[in-house]
Design a binder for this molecule. Sequence first.
Ligand code: 3PG
Length: 182
Amino acid sequence: MDWLEAVERAGVIPVAMLESEEEAWFLAGALEEAGLPIIEVAFRTAAAAAVIRYLRRGWPALCVGAGTVLTPAQAEQAFQAGACFIVSPGLDEGLAARCQSLRIPWIPGVATPTEIMVALRLGLTVLKFFPAEAMGGTKTLSALMPLFPDVRFIPTGGITSRNLADYLKLPNVLACGGTWLG
Ligand code: 3PG
């Protein structure tokens, strides 16, 4: 399954901080049980790349992305480990160039119209809205809608089962990300 299809189908991207293959094994089982085809493994633990490789080998149908990718070197590591997509908290032209040359989908974080305009200039239309709740949540996303009709957002940061439905109702929201599911 293509990453965008997996994102759309799931409506959510669980974000997980995993310390070991054992933790990944438990998570993969839980995802299978929940029928979720996608996971974002955050580069916030030393084991992130190894865990991505482990999940890709053991669960080839699972769409495994790398999150919290801050540098081109981490993007390279994620790609080598078999990640299907890369997520960053912000927008960085060096990272954009590296992901483009690796031909791996990159979802940068944006929070302002200026950042969205830079992303559009780089040819990116699927963007992480981060940190969603702190940046005005659904109110901000609604205000951005008429200005950027081609952009589809993945709000992340402060999303829980309590406010998820409010986000998913918005036409410019593709899916929501968060640790509450991980
Ligand atoms: C991320 O890594 O994308 C965010 O830290 C997730 O934010 P949350 O913990 O509020 O869901």
